[in-house]
Design a protein around this ligand. Structure first.
Ligand code: SF4
Ligand code: SF4
Ligand code: FES
Length: 828
């Protein structure tokens, strides 16, 4: 797209050729009313209020594209009267319940009605009774619904669930007389509105991944959080900008906070909101917010014991649910006091990035997730993407819808949610331990073969052979037929019937033997039938390629080889590479801390059981603040360092108090924010100077971007062959969480709490005669545990999920690092 100049209301503005007029105006601070349009989604033309005049013609700003030299007026007399009529229509029969409506104070219907000055009502239609519906975490009030279709649009274009659709509204038709008397866009909008309502595709309730994004984008009080409803007016809530810490997406969130109750002035989080134009949350981010550790005050005795434990300890074990500042404190403690720092999950990621850097030449991956949204061919490998990082799924889906994209999803566990994203994503369910074969296949399909190291080209060639197959062809064959014709006998002059020969071409099917390429890699990774033909279609007109690499790779027994293969794909194909850090701040921890593989003899655990345990869950020897009680920064999959703030107070001791007692001193934890500049890739920025907003252009101004630093390459691009016999074929279990759960903190929140179970697909349950609540023993070579079965309609195939979100289960202990394990599952 080239830069062009257009004129809006006399003001010259720069934009890109083909950009929607609405976005061009917004990016330049020019206001055009718009209700149904969602940035990052397709225009639906449901509201028509964005009407403008462009080069003398009326167009809708949300779907008309800017052309060089275009002259645009946003408010001619006709447009102003159309807009007013549209708002009048929206107000027809809208219940007068603003006083108790959840959206009051932040309602777009209220705002536009006042702004456009609707002070009388010209239109009318008989109303119908439309009862409120409960859809689990969400309530829908059809009487308040203005049919802007933002909910259906965001669910389809951004989230990928397509769980909502429209249904007939019922009731009277609009009086025909209005057609002649009212402005035509307002009449057309009213007709559309009057035809439909919203309904879940599954029937009476929602069957989706429960992200709640539909409630977030709803401009009125029609779709609301069932839990939040009637608990607060919008204007009573204080907004605390923060970063969600549950996964590595680092989504922008805002905690809405006010006093807990009339007799309790302590701040309480009532809900989480997001900048839905630029960020989409998953349900864990939206509903898993009240996980704070409430303590009365400083427990001096416990603190003294903690300092004593640190004096005695030779190791600190911790998770990646900590801030960058805490990670730096731990690193400083290591440097001054020689502790081993134990965090296997982050260490494996750091080692993976190190192996990758030996070929890629950079210390981290280089491409933030947001680039996936811009691609039109996306491959995901090594991740149960919808639960490892929901935003990675949203990005993949969004590229599919907005860029007419396509993609491949390689994973051992069948995922109905991915399959429902549309036929342009092809799922390939390979066997666990065949991830290297997948990477070789990607090289085989996409690498420039003559540029690849010759050993790899030869290795790939070894999987190819020719085979003879029989194909049926249709050929045209000449046939002679005898037809009877009438002719005049020259002698007799009489007409008579004679037989004549006529030739004609007829189609004929013939079998033919042909030699074709036989790529054994396709069989090894178990591609679906007609894969090659499907790929030809999927790759048609694709020119921007993105590869998402997930955590299955980092803990793989051959992780180093996989990392090198990933770097080779990046170097010799057109794919950019984004890696999913496994936990909230894995990337930050992996970059900041020098992590050890060997355990210590006396360990202090931080949110991990140790000989002495610091716990933000309130279950250890000394309490710590949870992430919603801390200031600091988190490093995200977007290669950004994002600030987060304390939503609720914490009255106890923090890690910084312990560090101070041990001689690593700073007044506040956020004094470490500027000190992060000592670590390659980070900057020396003061916490209070970090920005936290999005511009009207959609630029993310949150914290700062990491600097990608160079790493030495040895020039050695060799990779090992893979072991086909290592494929795990039967009785396998996968270490992964169900949707809405990531860790003890999501599970502590009151809306998401659930008993951890063995999550199985309906097919698995049927084949093994299991049902919800049946107790089973899950046994691997490393140990066993007992838990109940839960049928999860969001997983498919025959590999159950053993979750890690409840640390009391200690399910990781059943695995040898790699997320798949052979298993025996028996009813108890
Ligand atoms: S909660 Fe999310 S997935 Fe479910 S209907 Fe709403 S937008 Fe779609
Ligand atoms: S429920 Fe809300 S977002 Fe959905 S169509 Fe109605 S008003 Fe629009
Ligand atoms: S915003 Fe353009 S038609 Fe609704």
């Amino acid at each position: 797209m080239s830069e062009i100049t257009i004129t809006i209301d006399g003001q010259e503005v720069q934009t890109q050729e083909g950009e929607y007029i609405l976005n061009a105006a917004r990016a330049n601070g020019i206001y055009i009313p718009a209700i149904c349009y969602l940035t990052r989604c397709s225009p639906t033309l449901a509201c028509r209020i964005c009407l403008v005049e462009a080069d003398g013609k009326q167009v809708y700003a949300c779907n008309a594209k800017a052309k060089a030299g275009m002259q645009i007026s946003t408010s001619t007399e006709t447009i102003v009267s159309e807009r007013r009529a549209i708002m009048e229509v929206y107000d027809v029969n809208h219940p007068l319940e603003c006083g108790v409506c959840d959206q009051s104070g932040e309602c777009e219907l209220q705002n536009y009605t006042l702004e456009i000055g609707v002070d009388a009502q010209t239109y009318a239609i008989k109303d119908t009774f439309k009862p409120v519906q409960n859809w689990g975490l969400i309530n829908y009030d059809p009487a308040l619904c203005i049919m802007c279709e933002r909910c259906t649009t965001v669910c389809k274009d951004m989230i990928g669930d397509s769980a909502l659709s429209t249904k007939p509204r019922g009731g009277d038709n609009i009086d025909e007389a209005f057609k002649a008397s009212m402005p035509k866009d307002a009449y057309a909008m009213w007709n559309k509105l009057n035809k439909s309502l919203i309904q879940p595709n599954a029937g009476d309730t929602l069957d989706c991944t429960d992200c709640g994004e539909c409630t977030s984008v709803c401009p009125v009080g029609a779709l609301v959080s069932a839990d939040f409803q009637y608990t607060s007016n919008a204007w009573e809530l204080k907004q605390v900008p923060a970063t969600c810490s549950h996964c590595s997406a680092g989504c922008q969130i805002q905690y809405d906070v006010k006093h807990a109750s009339i007799d309790n002035p302590e701040p309480k989080i009532y809900r989480v909101k997001n900048e839905w134009n630029y960020v989409s949350l998953c349900g864990a981010g939206r509903y898993g917010y009240d996980f704070q550790n409430e303590v009365e005050g400083k427990d001096e005795a416990a603190f003294a014991r903690a300092v004593e434990a640190f004096e005695k300890a030779d190791a600190i074990s911790f998770t990646s649910q900590i801030t960058n500042e805490e990670a730096l404190m731990l690193q400083k403690l290591k440097e001054t006091r020689g502790y081993k720092l134990i965090n296997d999950e982050a260490r494996r990621f750091a080692e993976f990035m190190k192996s990758y850097s030996a070929i890629s030449g950079t210390t981290t991956y280089k491409t933030p997730l947001k680039e996936v949204n811009k691609a039109n061919f996306v491959i995901s490998v090594g991740s149960a993407i919808k639960t490892d990082n929901p935003n990675a799924r949203f990005a993949m889906n969004n590229s599919m819808i907005m860029n007419k994209g396509a993609g491949l999803y390689f994973h051992p566990v069948a995922d109905p949610v991915i399959d429902d994203m549309g036929k342009n994503i092809l799922s390939v369910n390979h066997a666990p331990m065949q991830e290297e074969a997948v990477m070789y296949l990607i090289l085989d399909l996409f690498a420039k073969k003559d540029a690849l190291p010759s050993a790899i080209t030869d290795y790939l060639a070894s999987f190819h052979s020719t085979k003879t197959i029989t194909v049926t062809e249709t050929i045209k064959e000449k046939v002679i037929e005898i037809v009877k014709e009438k002719k005049v006998n020259e002698e007799t002059g009489e007409e008579e019937e004679v037989e004549v020969e006529k030739s004609k071409m007829v189609p004929k099917k013939v079998d033919k033997e042909v030699e074709v390429d036989d790529n054994r890699l396709l069989t090894i990774v178990n591609v679906p039938k007609d894969f090659e033909a499907s790929m030809e279609k999927l790759l048609n007109k694709k020119d921007t390629f993105a590869l998402i690499v997930g955590p299955d790779f980092y803990s793989h027994p051959n992780a180093a080889n996989l990392a090198r293969l990933v770097a080779l794909v990046e170097k010799y194909t057109e794919f950019s590479v984004t890696m999913i850090p496994e936990k909230g701040n894995t990337l930050g921890v992996a970059m900041i801390c020098d992590l050890d593989a060997e355990a210590g003899s006396y360990t202090v655990g931080y949110n991990v059981k140790g000989d002495f345990t610091l716990s933000a869950q309130g279950s250890g020897d000394l309490d710590m603040p949870a992430m919603n009680q801390q200031e600091g920064t988190l490093t995200s999959i977007q290669l950004r360092v994002n600030p987060t703030n304390a939503a609720v107070p914490y009255h106890g001791y923090e890690l910084n108090d312990i560090a101070n007692a041990l001689g690593v001193s700073a007044k506040n934890a956020i004094d470490y924010t500027a000190r992060l500049g000592q670590i390659a890739g980070f900057k020396s920025e003061n916490f209070d100077d970090l920005p936290n907003y999005y511009t009207n252009k959609g630029e993310e101004m949150r914290g700062y971007e990491l600097t990608i630093t160079e790493a030495a390459t040895a020039g050695d691009e060799s990779v090992a062959a893979f072991d086909e016999t290592a494929a795990m074929k039967e009785s396998v279990v996968y270490l992964a969480n169900p949707t809405l759960q990531f860790n003890d903190f999501t599970n502590k929140s009151h809306q998401l709490h659930e008993e951890a179970a063995l999550y199985v697909s309906s097919d698995y349950a049927a084949a093994n005669e299991l049902s919800d609540g049946v107790k089973v023993s899950v046994e691997t070579a490393k140990g066993s545990l007992e838990l109940n079965v839960k049928i999860d309609t969001k997983i498919g195939g025959n590999i159950p999920f053993l979750p890690s979100f409840d640390s009391n289960l200690n399910s990781e202990a059943l695995f040898s690092g790699y997320r798949f394990s052979n298993v025996s599952i028996k009813k108890v």
